[in-house]
Design a protein around this ligand. Structure first.
Ligand SMILES: [Zn+2]
Length: 194
């Protein structure tokens, strides 16, 4: 990054927090570039003893995984995961809790850090159908068949097994809104109360 995204001034390199960073020297601006990060989210959607899987395709290969995608910069993560499930599968689902997340940083050739948050959801309606762009087949698969499902990504298998073996409501749930704790746009996840 060479120019300030707020005011257009040429950035300079200055020490801050133990390393040199691009900073804006303009009076009163204060922009500091800390690098790029993205947030992804994945959905283990349960319907009784079944789990929702989608088939993804590129020109040279296909594989299966849980639905999900990137969280928009101005979107609440819970809205994002329910939206992605609906877009990719046609299934209406409600987020219950967070079963885990993956943090990726320092990946060769990828300057962007990423957090991928896996939710557990309950299917509430809709009929499974692929969208033909990001999903090419959509199926509810019985939990006993998941481990042997051909072409299932290892991360999705991990997410499903974690979600299926965690106690009900054992993951990180959404803290109900409280004035004084939440600021606008905040979602806080917490361990279940005892
Ligand atoms: Zn600036």
């Amino acid at each position: 990054m060479n120019f300030c995204p707020r005011c257009g001034t040429t950035l300079v390199s200055r020490p801050e927090g133990g390393r040199h960073r691009p900073m804006c020297p303009a009076e009163g601006c204060g922009f500091t570039y800390y690098g790029d990060a993205s947030i992804g989210t994945g959905a283990v959607v349960l319907r009784g003893d079944e789990v929702l899987l989608i088939e993804r395709r590129t020109p040279d290969r296909s594989w299966w995984q849980i639905p999900g995608g990137f969280v928009e910069v101005d979107e609440l993560i819970r809205d994002a995961i329910e939206r992605e499930v609906m877009e990719e599968t046609g299934v209406e689902a409600r987020a219950l809790d967070v079963v885990g997340f993956r943090h990726a940083a320092g990946v060769p050739d990828r300057p962007v850090a990423n957090i991928y948050v896996v939710f557990r959801l309950l299917a509430e309606g809709g009929a499974p159908r692929p969208d033909g762009e990001e999903s090419f087949d959509v199926q509810f698969v019985h939990r006993d068949r998941i481990a042997e499902w051909p072409g299932l990504s290892s991360m999705s298998l991990w997410a499903i097994e974690t979600a299926l073996t965690a106690p009900q409501d054992g993951g990180l749930g959404i803290e109900p809104h409280r004035d004084g704790l939440h600021r606008p746009g905040h979602t806080i996840f917490r361990l279940p109360p005892r």
